[in-house]
Design a protein around this ligand. Sequence first.
Ligand SMILES: [Zn+2]
Length: 384
Amino acid sequence: MKTLIKNAHVISPGVEIENASIAIKDGKIAKVSKRPLSPKGYDEVYDARGWYVMPGFIDVHTHGALTYDFCDADPQAVFKLAEGKLAEGVTTVLPTTLTVSHEELLAAAANAKAYVDAGQPFAKVPAIHLEGPFINVKCCGAQNPEYVRKPDLKEVKEINKVFPVKLISYAVETEGGAAFAKQCVKMGIVPSCGHTGAKLKELMPAYANGLRHMTHFCNQMTPLHHREIGMVGAGFLIEDLNTEVICDKIHLCPDMLKLIFTRRNLAHIQMITDSLRCSHCDDGYAFQMGGLDVKLENGEARLVKGGNLAGSTLWMGKGLKNVHEVTGIALKDLVRTTSWNQAIELGWGDTLGKVEEGYTADLAVLCRKRFDIHAVFVDGVRKV
Ligand SMILES: [Zn+2]
């Protein structure tokens, strides 16, 4: 199968080429040419009409879409999550669990396996992200404190046997937290500090044991204080911590986004959506979360009582647009934070996350003004 994408405005880490042609062969990018290529010999030709062609996004932290949550006891949930994510240009996704019972986690893992066994028709699901249950009960956020427990490698191994776990968000200060980081790294799992009340000195033993990731940086972690810099301070002090950032301008105000993206090394920032079941739904959609009524209005999911924010409905491309507008940083520099950084940390940096020769042809085509999705290619096949 040979596909040609013409008139592409290529945005890839460190690269921006207008009027480019992208030759795709057998799911891989065979060539990115600055000059037009002849359409002869191609099975398909796609005209990108000057739109942005970026590496397909990699979302390592998302719970649901299209009314489904990954932890729903419903095999459809992974399909719907992956379908919603694909529509926003995400080509690889780590469905993310909530703090629930062990049985529910095993069931979610089994549903992910069933999706892959069915040929993963939408975004690719190479592994899952466990957010909790090993978190700090005082920093639960929207997680259910009833199911919080201590880090338990046996539990992780059981889930990992059903379907690969690649990322675990847990509180480093919990009993056995530092040793747990080392055990995760040994299993090829990225340990991440999240939903945490840790002080800097409580992070360092886990850091020494290989922890290099922070779950939704600034949200549900110790803030920066001038006598105890907390986890937010740690993120600024320690360059090689890979910080997840929710770029909806709500979870973090525009000034905080500016602070993070202009002061931290872009090689160690990963945009995430942390989106819930209400993403890709219309205004007025109502659902329950932890027994509380939530309603979607003006694209924001808020508690019916009190109006507090209940979670994110963010799309990856909109996050990129937000940060680009807030910081003025060039897209070719920012775009590594939507896919390549994630690919590197998960061990796929040589094949995934760039629009370059030899890389997997996972591509998102976005309009240049609103960053709306015009097309999505997965392994060289147009799926949106
Ligand atoms: Zn989350």
